[in-house]
Design a protein around this ligand. Structure first.
Ligand code: HEC
Length: 111
């Protein structure tokens, strides 16, 4: 391989931020971006009764429901004992997979 090709390969690697990364890691990274943009306002400190990211105690019983239930609640919205979770965090522009990635990210940081 020429030197040029090596450089080009490295550049595309940096641009796409995808090299050496598993699909799971890429999804968590996307989830973090979505979380920062839409979910953080409530889920950082527990605004309005939202389970705060990183609070294992409040997340444990929720995680027990299973990821599918959590994702469905995040997509469709959910009125619980603590408050009201708006559908897609109130951001209808988010796709199903973006919302799911944000849920996975938040769960990964809370168990
Ligand atoms: C306006 C505030 C608000 C925003 C923004 C918000 N949430 Fe929530 N969310 C809540 C509240 C309040 C609850 C707790 C409802 C309850 O259990 O009473 C909750 C609960 C949840 C749960 C737990 C559901 C369950 O079954 O226990 C998940 C998962 C969740 N939110 C994901 C998200 C994601 C992902 C985003 C961003 C895309 C987001 N939320 C944005 C307020 C918010």
């Amino acid at each position: 391989m020429s030197r040029w090709a090596v450089k080009a390969g490295l550049a595309s690697c940096l641009l796409l931020a995808g090299c050496g990364e598993s699909p799971e890691q890429a999804e968590l990274k996307l989830g973090q971006q979505i979380w920062d943009g839409t979910c953080k306002v409530c889920h950082l400190n527990g605004l309005g009764g939202a389970p705060a990211k990183g609070n294992r105690k409040v997340w444990a019983p929720r995680i027990e429901q299973g990821l599918e239930v959590l994702i469905a609640h995040a997509l469709n919205g959910f009125d619980g004992a603590e408050g009201s979770m708006p559908a897609r965090g109130g951001n209808p522009a988010l796709s199903d997979s973006e919302v799911a990635a944000a849920v996975k990210y938040m769960v990964s940081q809370s168990q």
